[in-house]
Design a binder for this molecule. Structure first.
Ligand code: 5GP
Ligand code: MN
Length: 343
């Protein structure tokens, strides 16, 4: 059944028209889909004359700096008290592009103590059922695709502004690797076409997202591939790891290593790739796979993480070396699952 097939979407719109403090949140380390889906709702609400505020746990990558409404975003990392008060004091609270309160970083306790009516819009597997209204569909390419479908269900598809369309398109493009991943469906492409019909400049959005590299960033990627990529051909796996010192050496900024894990996965014969790096207080992991091997299961089983079948992540308070070794030690256990040669 289509998750928007009943009248819950209509009831939500009625509630929003009567609400005073609408807050939109997304996960820690917000990506194109997190920022795109919250700002798309914010822009659409604005067009409807409904005020709302986007509150994010921390900063987003610079390649999203063009997004409409981004200067209105409240970051918990910069204004913790204001961000927590907004979440705690909201009357309708959106949980977008994440499905567990542990994913919202420093906003977690505010989220868990709010009296707000909570609405989840998300496409990750295994949602925690902690909200009042859940729109969860793990077959959707992105949360932005679900935002489009919600707006469509409200009967507003023809009124989507260029600003709203651009935010939705950005989330779809970044979560599908520009329509390459299997999660990109005929429906995704039809939605992309409808967004283009608003007059949105699709090519310009891809340029803003992908063609604004800094020299230091390209050198970091070059270093990671030439010096830090380890391939385990017998296990069809590849791992790249970067320490905080290495990141600093190349003046790392958020977003600089976006896509690096896919580069490791692109190696012929590699069906599982991991990119691990030291972040402020922990080691952050990105896992990718092709085919039947589920990285969301792998991450959930061994690192308390999650995500999607072919794209998942996790975090650990162990050292970078220990996390690396743990992954390497697990590979023999999955050797048969990662070998598709006779399947
Ligand atoms: P990325 O590798 O791009 O950071 O994340 C890939 C996917 O896994 C995204 O959909 C993201 O939301 C999810 N993900 C990333 N890190 C974590 C994590 O620590 N826990 C969980 N549950 N999901 C994660
Ligand atoms: Mn997403």
């Amino acid at each position: 059944m289509d998750i928007f097939d009943d009248n819950r979407a209509g009831e939500l719109l009625d509630r929003l028209r009567g609400a005073k403090r609408i807050v939109l949140t997304a996960h820690r380390g917000p990506d194109g889909d997190a920022v795109g889906s919250t700002l798309a709702m914010w822009n659409h609400f604005k067009d409807l004359g409904i005020a709302s505020t986007v509150v994010l746990p921390d900063a987003f990558p610079e390649f999203l700096n063009w997004m409409y409404g981004k200067s209105e975003i409240v970051l918990h990392s910069e204004e913790p008290n204001r961000a927590e008060e907004l979440v705690r004091g909201s009357d309708v609270l959106f949980i977008q592009d994440y499905n567990d309160s542990s994913r919202v970083g420093g906003l977690q306790s505010a989220l868990e103590s709010t009296e707000a009516y909570t609405v989840m819009i998300d496409h990750h597997q295994n949602p925690s059922d902690f909200v009042d209204l859940m729109f969860s569909d793990d077959t959707s390419s992105s949360t932005c695709e679900l935002v489009y479908r919600l707006i469509e269900r409200w009967g507003h598809a023809k009124d989507i502004s260029v600003n709203t369309a651009s935010c939705i398109y950005c989330g779809i493009v970044t979560d599908t690797g520009s329509f390459r991943f299997p999660s990109s469906s005929p429906k995704t492409l039809r939605i992309a076409a409808a967004l283009c019909e608003t007059g949105m400049d699709h090519s310009e959005i891809q340029t803003r997202v992908y063609d604004n590299n800094r020299v230091e960033q390209l050198k970091l990627v070059g270093y990671a591939i030439s010096s830090k990529l380890i391939v385990y051909p017998e296990f069809r796996a590849a791992i790249i790891s970067l320490s905080a010192e290495e990141l600093k050496r190349f003046s790392y900024r958020k977003g600089d290593t976006e896509g690096l894990v896919n580069t490791a996965l692109s190696i012929e014969g590699v069906n599982f790739a991991a990119f691990i790096h030291e972040s402020s207080d922990r080691v952050k992991m990105s896992f990718r796979s092709v085919g039947s091997f589920s990285v969301s299961q792998f991450s959930a089983s061994h690192f308390g993480g999650g995500g999607h079948h072919n794209a998942a992540g996790g975090a650990s308070f162990d050292s970078l070396e220990d996390v690396h070794q743990k992954i390497v030690d697990l590979l023999p256990e999955y050797a048969a699952d990662l070998d598709y040669s006779d399947k």
